[in-house]
Design a protein around this ligand. Structure first.
Ligand code: TRP
Length: 361
């Protein structure tokens, strides 16, 4: 059996650097590595609607934004299937059956659901669809028999929940579904990239994001106003690198060759950090270096986005064809699930014969 990737994003806004280091960059590498037989990348509009039921236009507008970000980053539709969740109706049916295998208390214990409920002030009015989205996410993953889900740390409880559903299903109905594994980012800074203000996470509502589609000027402004070490007041002062957002970003984005290219005074990030900690190195210089690195990375992404923006109908065509291809695969899994669950009445010739015998004594 092959190695298959499924992963996705909610279309609630343009994608930012947190998405990039948390999963997007990895997807492109995996896509180009050739070690996966199939790659599915899903725009999770149905999941986005679980907490945006009253704002469908927001989701509708962001389908194309997220698609453009994917294509700009190097997701190649000839190698990866990009599709829209709501266009694969089979996913709903799978979720409906999986709901029988999960308890309310198990969902209540899901740490991601817990924090999200708090963040949205949902405590007394949780939409049922939102509460059960981990089950729907298990359908997304298992419908494509995904072995591997590249995602950020926040998705770990979702994958665990999916694995439990698979084990429960296979235990009751026989070996049918594939148990997925999460593929986490390989360094701590990428695991959870803070916002430019140093807050735990990049989030649109906090206004602390750098978007992949931001202009050079927008990126420069964000970097120059980034949170550093509040006690590093004069250049001579010793500085801290832990909790210093500029250095966290360097941990996520810096490559050794960037020193020769942009700052030959240093030969490694460790050397740069040591100088900052000793004192005598100002924030502005470090920020300029970070800006140069981000520009090196973002310029080709921006340019590719501009190209795709010129042909929006082609992007919709990619989504349409991707959704059709995804639907075919999901239908295959659903047929297996129905057979395993003994609800494949009209496809089972033996059933009619067996029931006839039973009633004819
Ligand atoms: N929950 C994911 C997010 O918040 C999006 C998502 C939906 C997803 N279905 C998925 C991710 C399946 C990985 C696999 O971004």
């Amino acid at each position: 059996m092959g190695k298959i990737i499924l992963t996705g994003d909610r279309p609630t806004g343009r994608l930012h650097l947190g998405h990039f280091v948390g999963s997007l960059r990895r997807r492109v590498e995996l896509q180009n590595s050739g070690i996966f037989d199939k790659i599915f990348i899903m725009i999770a509009d149905a999941q986005a609607l679980t907490d945006n039921a009253d704002n469908p236009e927001k989701i509708r507008q962001n389908i194309i934004e997220v698609s453009l970000d994917y294509l700009a980053c190097g997701i190649d539709p000839s190698k990866s299937t990009i599709f829209i969740q709501s266009q694969v109706a089979e996913l709903c049916e799978l979720a409906f059956y999986y709901m029988n295998l999960v308890t309310v208390s198990r969902l209540q214990r899901n740490p991601t659901v817990k924090t999200e409920i708090q963040m949205r002030n949902f405590e007394t009015s949780i939409p049922v669809g939102f509460f059960t989205y981990p089950i729907s996410q298990a359908s997304d993953i298992t419908a494509f028999r995904a072995t591997t889900v590249p995602a950020g740390e926040d998705q770990q409880p979702m994958i665990e929940q999916a694995r439990e559903i698979v084990r429960r299903f296979n235990g009751i109905y026989g070996d049918t579904l594939v148990e997925p594994e999460i593929l986490l980012p390989d360094n701590a800074a990428c695991m959870r990239l803070p916002g430019t203000d140093g807050k735990a996470k990049m989030s649109k509502s906090l206004g602390n994001c750098i978007y992949l589609s931001d202009s050079s000027e927008e990126v420069r402004k964000r970097v120059m106003s980034m949170y550093t070490d509040p006690d590093h007041i004069r250049v001579e002062d010793p500085g801290k690198v832990e909790g210093n957002t500029v250095f966290t970003y360097l941990d996520a984005f810096c490559r050794p060759e960037y020193f020769a290219q942009y700052w030959p005074d240093y030969s490694s990030l460790d050397e740069l950090k040591a100088h900052y900690m000793r004192g005598g190195l100002g924030d502005v210089k470090v920020k300029k270096f970070l800006f140069a690195i981000l520009e090196e990375m973002l310029t080709p992404i921006r340019e590719r986005r501009k190209e795709w923006e010129k042909d929006i109908p082609a992007v919709f065509d990619i989504l349409k064809r991707g959704s059709e291809a995804a639907r075919e695969v999901a239908a295959g899994t659903l047929a297996d699930v129905r057979r395993a669950m003994r609800i494949d009445y009209f496809d089972d010739a033996e059933l009619i014969a067996e029931q006839s015998r039973k009633f004819q004594g």
